[in-house]
Design a binder for this molecule. Structure first.
Ligand SMILES: [Zn+2]
Length: 159
């Protein structure tokens, strides 16, 4: 087989040369971004089987609390910064609340939180919000694990 996949297996966009290649079961995968590469490494079997095909998005809508209300100038920078992450579909800010919609197959809440912290923001720290974040992290991990476990599918024949 000479056909190398030039499509990022995680998001379906064009792979870029600057991102290191990964091997999985003697197949080589190329990525559009370091974020997609990390996502792939976490669960290669979830992304290595349907390369180039349309994968159903697993959309999540979450509200992440920040430690303080954001100034408009910061909001104006923050929204495009988050939208540039692979898998982020929609971001709105309301006071100290960040409403974000994303495809779990491409990005997780913990990756989004990491990006927020890297941007110099502090997450809201009340116990309820910490509890919610912890719950979101573990339920997303479980959901992705379930999706990457091979199962028998009784799918209808393709039209
Ligand atoms: Zn990608």
């Amino acid at each position: 087989m000479k056909l190398l996949n030039e499509i990022c297996p995680v998001c379906g966009m064009k792979a870029q040369t600057g991102v290191p290649t990964e091997e999985h079961h003697k197949m080589f995968f190329h990525f559009c971004s370091e974020q997609c590469r990390e996502t792939f490494i976490a669960r290669p079997s979830l992304y290595s089987t349907k390369v180039g095909k349309v994968r159903k998005a697993t959309l999540k809508r979450r509200t992440i609390s920040l430690s303080e209300t954001l100034e408009h100038e910061i909001t104006d920078l923050l929204i495009p910064y988050l939208m540039a992450m692979m898998g982020v579909k929609e971001v709105t800010v309301e006071g100290n609340k960040l409403h974000i919609t994303y495809d779990l197959l491409q990005v997780t809440e913990s990756q989004i939180e990491k990006a927020l912290v890297e941007a110099g923001l502090q997450l809201g720290g009340d116990w309820l919000e910490r509890l919610r974040r912890g719950w979101a992290h573990s339920s997303e991990e479980v959901e992705l694990d379930n999706l990457s476990t091979p199962r028998y599918h009784h799918s209808p024949p393709l039209a």
